[in-house]
Design a protein around this ligand. Structure first.
Ligand code: PGA
Length: 261
């Protein structure tokens, strides 16, 4: 059984002061717990404040929301994986739907970013998911889109490194819309991802956590976590308020995971 992972993606919300306030409120009600893992992806400028407020909490890890695929150079406004690692990040989001659809990132760029992350010792959390248009074309299209994003995204990693990544299934139609996938919808696609991973990585694919994301809130978190093959949650809007995030984190128990290793 996997330890559930609860990941908060703050997107472009919570600067340094708000991040520190949030952490103080959250940590006051969330003592160390090892039956689940909590991750935060604050904006880069709030990373240090979040880290300072976190202090000594090995049960909670921080990541960044984006990296450039080059190790350094003339890329004004960008941050490299090595810089993120040096700042204390352990993870990085890659291929989030806003990066793909607002900033035009391709599967190939996602692959480069996963490779850059691994070079620097960061764990990529690769996000995949279909648009509403693609879902309306039928489940074969959903399978094709998600499988391609997964296979290309991980294509520049060794099997060992690929088995160390995290995957999030985030249907684009569910992100920030209030319209979450049902636990059955999520399980159906997670099973596709699990099969693909098994084909690509064999036995070691069993260790990869597959998170669900898209309009998760305190009311639906528990049932999504209990869905088969759902090993955690990636949460945007409902992670911005410390109490709502606490309620989501508290809905996780190790036995929630539908996957038995
Ligand atoms: P949401 O975002 O929870 O606000 O739908 C999820 C995400 O984009 O990771």
């Amino acid at each position: 059984m996997k330890t559930p992972i609860l990941a908060a993606n703050w997107k472009m919300n919570h600067g340094p002061s708000a991040a520190a306030d949030f952490m103080r409120t959250f940590l006051a009600s969330y003592p160390r717990q090892y039956d689940r893992t909590v991750l935060f992806f604050p904006p880069a400028l709030a990373f240090h404040a979040a880290q300072e407020a976190l202090d000594d909490r090995p049960d909670i890890q921080l990541g960044v929301q984006n990296i450039h695929s080059a190790d350094n150079g003339a890329f004004t406004g960008e941050n490299s994986a090595a810089m993120a690692r040096d700042a204390g990040a352990h993870l990085v989001l890659v291929g989030h739907s806003e990066r793909r659809h607002v900033f035009g990132e391709t599967d190939e760029q996602c692959a480069e970013k996963c490779a850059a992350a691994e070079r620097a010792g960061l764990t990529p959390l690769l996000c995949v998911g279909e648009t509403l248009e693609q879902r309306e074309r039928g489940f074969d299209e959903v399978k094709a889109v998600v499988s391609r994003q997964l296979r290309v995204g991980l294509s520049k990693l060794s099997p060992g490194d690929a088995a160390d990544t995290l995957i999030a299934y985030e249907p684009v139609w569910a992100i920030g819309t209030g319209k979450n996938a049902t636990p059955e919808d999520a399980s159906e696609v997670h099973a596709v991802i699990r099969r693909e991973l098994r084909e690509m990585l064999g036995e070691r694919s069993g260790a990869v956590h597959i998170l669900y994301g898209g309009s998760v809130n305190p009311g639906n978190a528990e049932s999504l976590l209990k869905a088969s093959d759902v090993d955690g949650l990636l949460v945007g809007g409902a992670s911005l308020d410390a109490n709502s995030w606490l309620a989501i984190v508290q809905s996780a128990r190790e036995e929630s995971s539908g996957e038995i290793d």
